[in-house]
Design a protein. Structure first.
Length: 198
């Protein structure tokens, strides 16, 4: 989908033998910002989906707040629920910076036009209503940049594949689908390919 500055394509599959995928995602672009969130409910199946969807609904309704506030608000509403891990990416088109934070095993890989990769290390743990320290990484948006957000079903081997450098995000997700085709899926898997053009 292309609106302004950003292209997005998504690959998602439930773990083997499951109808519900415990991963939920959301993205939106306005004139000022792009926000993308990926949440993975603990465990798998319907209750995992419920927890991840709670987080996504909060983010949908609060896209103009900071990444830090989004995580705190998500954490509060997961009290008494199964819990979830989460990654939130926010681009500010005016300052040309992005902010990212993740708790648990949601990762982001940034790839600049010259092919330089940088992987952000997530904060440990998960959201379940308890106070949890976390950090937010802020960095400069570079023209022609790819950002890959992924859940724990995506392996290190998957992240080393040259197709992640493709300028067309649909080709990235198509190539990923071919790459993992036929492999047994032990985890819910979501890979979100994002391209910042400006």
């Amino acid at each position: 989908m292309k609106q302004n500055n950003v292209d997005v394509a998504i690959f998602q599959k439930a773990k083997k033998g499951r109808y519900y995928c415990g991963d939920s995602y959301f993205y939106t672009e306005t004139e000022d910002v792009f926000v993308c969130a990926l949440a993975d409910g603990l465990g798998s199946g319907e209750f995992a989906k419920e927890s991840s969807q709670i987080v996504i609904d909060i983010i949908k309704n609060n896209i103009h707040t900071t990444v830090e506030q989004l995580i705190k608000k998500s954490n509060e509403l997961l009290t008494g629920k199964r819990g979830a891990v989460i990654g939130i990416l926010k681009m500010d088109f005016h300052s040309r910076h992005y902010s990212f934070s993740s708790i648990g095993n949601i990762g982001v890989l940034t790839i600049t036009e010259n092919g330089k990769k940088k992987r952000n290390i997530p904060n440990t743990g998960y959201l379940a209503g308890y106070h949890r320290p976390f950090k937010v990484v802020t960095d400069r948006l570079e023209p022609e940049m790819n950002l890959i957000m992924f859940s724990d079903g995506v392996s290190d081997n998957d992240l080393s594949q040259p197709f992640l450098l493709n300028k067309d995000v649909n080709q990235v997700t198509d190539a990923y689908a071919n790459h993992v085709s036929g492999k047994v899926r032990n985890d819910d898997t979501t890979l979100i390919a994002i391209r910042y053009e400006n």
